[in-house]
Design a protein around this ligand. Structure first.
Ligand code: GDP
Length: 360
């Protein structure tokens, strides 16, 4: 499964956030996963459509899609040179499919900041500098090798050229994720180099009531981290929220002037950042969301349920969620001509409610 690695300086609230994530996982009903690893939080992706489907189909269970977060401990200044957990830290980041950077934006004078002052912008720079330095080393070594190989017509010239562009972006102090667009670098061309800053980034700002209410502060931060998404939450509040029953939690949120829990927002943005989407199946037993990559075809989507479904795929009966809700049942949707028979080239759309037909 794809995972998002959580990184951040010490004392910014990573553990608090991660504990909330793992608590949310434990509390999630109908949890379909057997093993719970200490440094992985598998949290449900909130999807109100599943409740509606369960109503329509009288489903006994609801099984949401999930998003996996890995706690990657130990970034400090100098990590790229082996300070702190150093190399292990870099190896753990390399394994993650996206990077979620937690940054402190709360003022509490009782909590010490490692660099002596609370400045989200400086924290981001400290962390990104370590990742950029690690990437510069990787690219530098690769370029020496590629140059030799290209000379004797053995190397990949596309990779060589792309690696040179990547090096330039990194030398300017930018992450590849942030700089690729302007430099017209196609990140897929350098995927074999496994560079850390080429992964998608999400930034979480652990803030307080003042920060949550301050739109100009949030907009300023959003500009700094673009094209990455920024999420503003209060990790302490989130960790209290996950302990409550859903109704109570909703009340607390409303009192706080929020319409969505920070963790839910993080799961949603994380899922999207990983390039994932869901399709839905429903019946009396369960209403369920299945995870696929954006752009997948119907047979590929069927393969997520069972490999036999992909191999024996004949067709898919697809009703959009909106049409199903509007007509009220599969039978009504069929009668209204809203149920489509799609073949093997059909590209799945978010919110498709599907029944696959297949040969076993
Ligand atoms: P980590 O080192 O990044 O894992 O940080 P921790 O989660 O251990 O938090 C460091 C300290 O900050 C702890 O004393 C937390 O209770 C406190 N803390 C974490 N999040 C918040 C927050 O949102 N607001 C306030 N005021 N304190 C927080």
């Amino acid at each position: 499964a794809l995972t998002i690695g959580i990184v951040g300086l010490p004392n910014v609230g990573k553990s608090t956030l991660f504990n909330a994530l793992t608590r949310a996982q434990v509390l999630a009903a109908n949890y379909p996963f057997a093993t719970i690893e200490p440094n992985v939080g598998v949290v449900p992706l909130p999807d109100p459509r599943l409740n509606k489907l369960a109503e329509i189909f009288g489903s006994e269970k609801i099984l949401p899609a999930t998003v996996s977060f890995v706690d990657i401990a130990g970034i400090v200044r100098g990590a790229s040179e082996g300070e702190g957990l150093g190399n292990k830290f870099l190896a753990n980041i390399r394994e993650a499919d996206a990077i979620c950077q937690v940054t402190r934006a709360f003022a509490d004078p009782d909590v010490v900041h490692v660099d002596g002052k609370v400045s989200p912008k400086d924290d981001i720079e400290t962390i990104n500098t370590e990742l950029i330095l690690a990437d510069l080393e990787t690219v530098g070594k690769a370029l020496v090798r590629l140059e030799k190989e290209v000379k004797i017509k053995k190397g990949d010239p596309v990779l060589f050229e792309a690696a040179k562009v990547a090096q330039k972006i990194l030398e300017e102090g930018q992450t590849l994720f942030a700089g690729a667009g302007a430099a017209k670098l196609d990140l897929s061309e350098i995927s074999s180099l496994q560079l850390l800053t080429a992964k998608p980034f999400i930034y979480v700002f652990n803030t307080d009531d003042a920060g949550l209410a301050d739109e100009s502060f949030q907009n300023e931060i959003r500009e700094i981290v673009a094209p990455a998404d920024a999420i503003f939450l209060d990790a302490k509040f989130e960790s209290e929220l996950v302990e409550l029953e859903p109704e109570e939690a909703a009340e607390m949120l409303a009192e706080n002037g929020q319409d969505e829990a920070g963790l839910d927002q993080l799961a949603r943005v994380g899922f999207d950042t990983l390039g994932l989407q869901t399709y839905l199946t429903a019946g009396p037993k369960e209403s369920r969301a299945w995870t696929i990559r954006k752009g997948w075809t119907a047979p590929q989507a069927a393969g997520v349920i069972h490999t036999d479904f992909e191999r024996g795929f004949i067709k898919a009966e697809v009703i959009s969620f909106a049409d199903l809700v509007e007509t009220g049942s599969v039978a009504n949707a069929r009668a209204a001509g809203k149920a489509r028979m799609e073949g093997k080239d059909y590209v799945m759309q978010d919110g498709d409610v599907v029944e696959f037909r297949f040969n076993v």
